[in-house]
Write a new protein. Structure first.
Ligand code: ZN
Length: 132
């Protein structure tokens, strides 16, 4: 798949556009065929490097994206072909904050495009409960 990614932190010079393997989904995830993505300041922070944030390279940024459901994990209840917007923040779903509906207060709260691969690509695997 085509993607915008970087293999190390830095300025614009580290940004590449090229081919990477398409992600594989887990049972609770859906594969999104990205049709629109936006850039925001977080993408610059992540590319430049945030102290304490360890990324798996190559990293694909982009926290704001929308698209079409292309594949559905066996535990996800949404149909292939559904147009969706992704809510990029996700917690562990096990701690008190997550269970009480305050996922953004989770100590392990993460964001697609920051902690895991984001939407500046043709395809992204996301948790099925994170699509609207
Ligand atoms: Zn949690």
């Amino acid at each position: 798949m085509k993607a915008a990614f970087f293999r190390q932190h830095g300025g614009l010079e580290v940004l590449e556009v090229g081919d990477l393997p398409s992600p594989e989904i887990r049972d609770n995830e859906v594969l999104i065929n990205v049709k629109a993505a936006a850039l925001n300041r977080l993408d610059l922070f992540v590319r430049n490097g945030i102290p304490g944030l360890r990324l798996e390279f190559p990293h694909i940024g982009g926290s704001d994206f929308a698209g079409i459901v292309a594949e559905v994990g066996k535990n996800a209840s949404i149909e292939v072909g559904t147009p969706v917007l992704v809510n990029p923040g996700y917690g562990c779903m096990k701690c008190r904050a997550c269970v009480s509906g305050e996922e953004s207060l989770c100590k392990r709260f993460q964001i697609y495009g920051e902690h895991s691969k984001g939407g500046l690509a043709e395809f992204v695997a996301v948790r099925a409960d994170k699509v609207l």
